[in-house]
Design a protein around this ligand. Structure first.
Ligand code: ADP
Ligand code: MG
Length: 725
């Protein structure tokens, strides 16, 4: 192993940047060339088919068999011309990442040969053998049938020799077994709810689009060094290692020059992304060494989610080509920043208006206030649920670690918008004054600048921040499927907007004017949702105490946080999106995944401790012992001469014994936990009883790393892993 470590260090330091073949045409020319987008459709579909398909997409209607048949024929032709031989339904199971099962286009031609076939029914629906995808008990293994069904709103694309068709994945009895199904339903709900409210201000609004712009943070590690770290390779994070003397103190990595090897990787990644129609725009170094970020231009939420998952798999492939491994884990290294995936979110009308942008006049600003206040109310009512939507065993390491938002959801509005709401709360419709035949509200509401100053004074410590014309949900983890957070957020806002409209409409019915009704309800919401607003330092301990007083969800145990999914409010929030049965089943899956992650970490750490660390520490101790006994041979004063050796011998024994004892206690604790029947209780046992050993054991191993001869230490050290030359 030691040999492996030094060989890896040598290989990594000698590695040259890979030359990338640059496309000869402009980005705009090859953008989307691997996507069956509208451009390809006009070429491969008849006018009628093209129109029918786009109508179905725009109106969210289902595609009938006949239409599917025509689309499949065109898609097949396009795919074959692009060298494609296989197709797959591409879906998001409840595990990490995406799933695909490739089938060749070939069918018997009836004459002993084969022909390339792709029928409409294969495009529209498939029945993958789904018995090993988690369902939380919704689908017994003997009734393993699950269906994948085409999502025409996300265009098919080509990866390698395979045509990938984005699909939803549901059980035989119709329950969602994936992330996409509830997301589509939540997007539909927010469209309906927000359209109703937006029509108070503009009757022409027909549709509301939810937008998402994600910012993907990640680490790169040289592949040989990665292989010299079994913990990293098996769990995605380092379970041990002393901090490097230099890490991010100087903040010299942030926005610094991108190392050449990494630059080549990014270039190739961008070509691939553009060909797949992913509008990536921003790339830069992040705060921690070896940490980077990639962000596209925002897109409609469902498409943006698919693009994020697709880009993550492309990153993994391209990284390997460049002899890197990409780490999406939220906290691969102790002591330096982890990775998040900020979700920038906004609502836009079909008429092109961003509902989260302050407008030019009173009506537009009342609309702006209406949406901001309802979002506040939604986040307040659902703060526990929103936290659950971003909670995982891996993100748990990042949240609250003084680099990322705490495990408490609050909203940062900035001073300007906060002031506007405070004034609004004290105002009345009568305060509005008439200027140029238009009512102007005398509290500055009519004069909110279109570009808010707060754009710059951002609060990095807030998990959910208003940033000028959108909210940025920052608590989302780097490895997460954004669909989880986006489903919860859109569902919460939809439910809130429905309630709001009911209240306003009933006041109007009782004789109030529309303005009066809006004012009355909004003022009530501003008061009620005040506890969710927090502009201060989210990292501070005072905030934790204050948040507790405000009755915000302050739970930090991930398995307990999941209980939020089945609260009374959450069941209301998810009405029409996920049934109570589905919510319970999905929690079973979450607890099971939580348990497995900690279980794997615990096993890997136990094995490494017993087979790598303890033997090496003992070998080094033997050298010291030999030294001391030789000193004894030459001098009676050996205790003084060998004082340091004797001290180290004792220390090594202390740490070795502690590691050994703790590993065995951990194994016993695991055995007890494994016998627990309930997934929830088991996850809790892993959280409360097993996980603490990971830190306890690590502490002693990291001490040993500082004692044992560097030449003998088996695992690549942080200082070797973290600095790409
Ligand atoms: P930051 O300063 O937060 O790092 P970036 O420029 O890296 O900002 O990323 C901002 C993200 O927000 C991009 O994906 C961008 O497209 C997206 N974004 C910008 N405006 C909106 C909007 N109105 N709705 C949703 N996302 C948006
Ligand atoms: Mg950001």
């Amino acid at each position: 192993m030691t040999k492996l470590r030094f060989k890896a260090v040598a290989l990594a330091s000698e590695r040259k940047p890979l030359e990338v073949k640059k496309p000869t045409s402009k980005t705009s020319e090859y953008y989307g060339e691997k996507v069956f987008n509208r451009k390809a459709m006009t070429k491969y579909l008849s006018k009628e088919t093209f129109k029918a398909l786009n109508d179905a997409i725009d109106k969210g209607q289902s595609v009938n068999r006949n239409l599917a048949e025509h689309v499949a024929a065109g898609m097949r032709m396009w795919a074959l011309e692009n060298g494609v031989t296989h197709y797959t339904h591409w879906f998001h199971p409840l595990t990490d990442g995406t799933a695909e099962k490739h089938d060749a286009f070939v069918e018997h031609d009836g004459n002993g040969g084969l022909i390339e076939e792709f029928e409409g029914k294969l495009l529209a629906q498939q029945e993958p053998d789904a018995s090993s995808f988690p369902s939380g008990g919704l689908r017994n293994t003997f009734e393993a049938r699950g269906y994948s069904a085409w999502d025409p709103s996300s265009p098919a694309f080509i990866v390698g020799d395979t045509l990938c068709i984005p699909t939803i994945f549901i059980s035989y009895t119709g329950e969602a077994l994936d992330y996409k199904t509830p997301l589509l339903k939540a997007l539909n709900a927010v469209d309906k709810a927000a359209t109703g409210v937006a029509q108070y201000f503009n009757e022409d609004v027909r549709k509301i689009i939810s937008n998402l712009g994600w910012e993907q943070e990640y680490f790169l590690v040289d592949e040989d060094l990665f292989m010299a770290r079994p913990d990293l390779a098996l769990t995605g994070r380092t379970l041990m290692s002393h901090e490097s003397s230099k890490n991010q103190q100087l903040e010299d990595h942030y926005f610094g020059a991108i190392p050449e090897r990494v630059q080549r990787f990014m270039e190739e990644l961008e070509y691939e992304a553009y060909a797949l129609g992913i509008p990536v725009k921003t790339r830069h170094n992040e705060v921690a060494p070896n940490q980077f970020e990639l962000a596209p231009i925002y897109e409609e939420c469902n498409l943006a989610v698919d693009h994020n998952l697709l880009v993550m798999s492309v990153m993994d492939k391209v990284a390997r080509k460049h002899s890197f491994r990409v780490l999406f884990h939220e906290k691969p290294f102790k002591g330096i920043n982890g990775s998040g995936k900020h979700n920038n979110w906004s609502l836009c009308t079909n008429t092109g208006i961003n509902l989260l942008s302050p407008g030019k006049d009173t009506v537009e600003n009342l609309r702006f206030i209406t949406f901001v206040v309802n979002i506040l109310a939604a986040v307040h009512k659902n703060n526990g649920l929103l936290k659950a939507s971003i909670s995982s065993a891996t993100n748990g390491h990042r949240l609250g670690a003084n680099e990322a938002p705490p495990a408490i959801i609050s909203v940062f509005l900035g001073t300007q918008v906060s002031d506007v709401l405070d004034k609004f709360e004290k105002s009345s419709v009568q305060d509005a004054i008439v200027v140029d035949n238009k009512k102007q509200i005398s509290l500055g509401v009519g004069q909110i600048p279109e570009i808010l100053l707060d754009n710059t004074d951002r609060n990095r410590t807030s998990p959910f921040a208003f940033t000028g014309n959108r909210f940025e949900f920052r608590a989302v983890g780097s490895s997460a499927n954004c669909a989880s957070a986006m489903t919860a957020l859109n569902a919460a806002v939809a439910e809130q907007l429905f309630v709001f409209k009911d209240e306003v409409d009933s006041l109007i019915k009782s004789g109030k004017s529309k303005e009066e009704a809006l004012y009355e309800v909004l003022k009530k919401y501003i008061k009620e949702s005040r506890p969710i607003r927090f502009n201060g330092n989210g990292y501070s301990d005072e905030w934790k105490a204050e948040a507790n007083k405000r009755k915000l969800d302050c739970e930090t145990s991930v398995p307990l946080i999941y209980d939020n999914y089945t609260s009374k409010q959450s069941i209301k929030t998810f009405s029409g999106i996920l049934s109570e049965v589905e919510l319970h089943a999905r929690n079973e899956v979450k607890w099971e995944i939580y348990t497995k992650k900690i279980q794997i970490e615990s096993r890997v750490l136990g094995d490494l401790a017993l087979n790598h660390i303890i033997p090496v520490a003992i070998s080094y101790q033997s050298i010291l012992l030999t030294n001391v006994s030789k000193l004894k041979e030459v001098s009676d004063n050996y205790k003084e001469l060998g004082a340091e050796q004797l001290r180290l011998i004792e220390k090594i024994s202390t740490h070795v014994n502690a590691v050994n004892a703790k590993v065995h206690e951990m194994i016993d604790t695991r055995k007890i936990a494994n016998n627990i029947e309930s997934e929830r209780e088991k996850a809790l046992a892993y959280h409360d009883n097993v996980a603490p050993y990971l830190d306890g054991i690590r502490y002693h191993i990291d001490k040993l790393e500082l004692i044992v001869d560097n030449e003998m230490w088996p695992l690549a050290k942080y200082r070797e892993l973290l600095f790409i030359r």
